[in-house]
Ligand binder design. Sequence first.
Ligand code: FES
Ligand SMILES: [Fe+2]
Length: 340
Amino acid sequence: MLVTQQPVLRKFWYAVMEMSKLDAGPQPFMLLGENIVLWKKSDGTPAAARDRCCHRTAKLSKGYVEGDNIVCGYHGWQYDCSGACVKIPQFTNEKIPPGARIDTYRCQEKFGYVWVALDEPLVPVMDTPEEGNPEYRRIHQFDEAWNTGALRLMENSFDTAHFSFVHKGTFGQFEQPKPEFFDIRETDYGFEAETIITINNPPQSHRITGSTEPTTKRHFKNQWHLPFMRRLGLVYPSGIHHTIFTCATPIDDRRIQIIQWLYRNDTEEQCPAALLNEWDVKVVAEDKVILESVDADAPVDVSRLAEEHMKSDRPGIIMRKRLLALLKEHGEKEVFSQAA
Ligand code: FES
Ligand SMILES: [Fe+2]
């Protein structure tokens, strides 16, 4: 699926960067192929607009912020959050032409990230019970660009058969390649998939799992939220809750920004955030190598889809079915760069 060619995907909120990045001034981001500029207003909330000055097309992300407004670094034209040009420094008494404006986008802060919707969103950004709950801490994990498709990362997030191979260097059991399968319940937002998986528990992950046994179990409640976000609730036998949010924010048809954060019901003393991130960076780097090798927009092989010969592919098949239904509902056809 060429995500930039499917207008309905513009009607969702996407996490684009950590809010704290805006402290350094306006920042550029590409979302679904569109260049946007993000900045922080005087009340601390974020704003987003097209990253293109309407005077001589300079990128506004090269400019600066004044009060609530973004100022072009080329000749100083200034735009408010509605996109109207409110100041042209070279003018003295002349009226600013009404056509002098830029497109703006819906923008908000949530979970410490800036979220943007290019068009009127179909659903709000989800809530989660861990946020604001004093029993949990929130830990930022990654914010980086990968050369893969958004749907590829989502499929991978629900693919139990890759653990033994891709993650043989961390938690995967290479000698036991037969995967556990998810029980899948479809929901309005996508689906929830549940299973219990046995994992290797090397010394580096003892404080993460809360166990010193050589293997332990992970109870997965893994939610897929249309189109490209997942919430993975993991519970270990030790009683530790480890809830991961992963956003595959589509930069364009072949690149995503992977943004991931985590909630834990333990303390920094029990398991330092640096240790959690060091381990997860290792695990996710294993996924990155393989996901950057796959075709970003090739559809799932239709013969496999018919046979469902690997039950571990079912979540990916349901994702595709739901995405196709979404396109149909909005009068769109799926666009590919190549034939199935
Ligand atoms: S190009 Fe932006 S003010 Fe001239
Ligand atoms: Fe993985």
